[in-house]
Write a protein that binds this ligand. Structure first.
Ligand SMILES: [Zn+2]
Length: 252
């Protein structure tokens, strides 16, 4: 039933109530816009999307793990080429697979916080948004002996509370300049073509060694050898993102 009908048919005072509901809804939309979209608009000023040019370095970053099948296979592949990378881990998966989590760090890779449960920050209350980051950090800190200094928000989505938590914990927020696949799957050949076509000095390459998208780990593992070849043939060196960013300087 439309609001106009309720206003005409209701008892005296109903029209006023309907107006109050509309005002409250309007105020809610304004508050949410500031909380979510406003914070999102400030993200480029505080997050890294790429590293500096001039050193022919790129960073490989792997999200959403650890995965008990794919991550160990990926670690073997990276070890065979003596490449170190950055893994943005989901806390609840790290808690389920602590041995794989430790194996990542023991192999010399960098570990970052990808939140506790990989929720969309635009749909979270301030308390939950903050907890997603602090619990993720605590789980990784408990397993690895020190909490990560890097943070990657799921899908690059933040709100005012998550940004405040990042500031409070002194985390460095890292996004990406190239993705092997976005919200839709790409075949290994298409992933390779896309990353190769967009490869640039200082690139932060976003890859996924866990689902996420169904089948993402298998597609990634099929892509990786040729992708590492392409990076090498272009005379780039892959380093962990913390090294790429030389983290004493500020975001740009
Ligand atoms: Zn993710």
């Amino acid at each position: 039933m439309g609001e106009g009908v309720a206003e005409e048919a209701g008892p005296p005072g109903t029209g006023l109530t309907v107006h109050r509901v509309w005002w409250a809804a309007g105020a809610g939309v304004v508050a949410w816009t500031a909380y979510a979209w406003g914070a999102q608009c400030t993200l480029p000023a505080v997050a890294w999307r790429r590293g500096p040019r001039g050193r022919r370095r790129v960073a490989l970053t792997f999200d959403d793990g650890p995965d008990p099948e794919a991550t160990p296979r990926l670690l073997r592949l990276l070890a065979a080429r003596d490449i170190r990378a950055t893994f943005f881990l989901i806390g609840e998966r790290a808690a389920r697979y602590p041995d794989v989590t430790r194996a990542i760090a023991d192999a010399g890779h960098e570990v970052g916080n990808h939140t506790w449960r990989h929720r969309n920050a635009w749909l979270l209350t301030p308390a939950t948004a903050s907890r997603e980051i602090t619990v993720g950090a605590r789980i990784l800190g408990d397993i690895l002996g020190q909490p990560p200094r890097l943070f990657r928000p799921p899908w690059g989505i933040v709100n005012a509370a998550s940004l405040a938590t990042v500031r409070r914990l002194g985390l460095v927020t890292v996004l990406w300049s190239i993705q092997h696949e976005g919200l839709r799957p790409r075949t290994p050949a298409a992933q390779l073509r896309h990353v190769s076509d967009h490869l640039h000095d200082g690139a932060i390459i976003d890859l996924h060694d866990a689902p996420g998208l169904p089948g993402a780990p298998d597609r990634l593992l099929a892509t990786m050898p040729a992708l590492l070849d392409a990076i090498e043939h272009r005379d780039y060196t892959a380093v962990p993102v913390g090294e790429l960013l030389e983290l004493s300087s500020s975001p740009g």
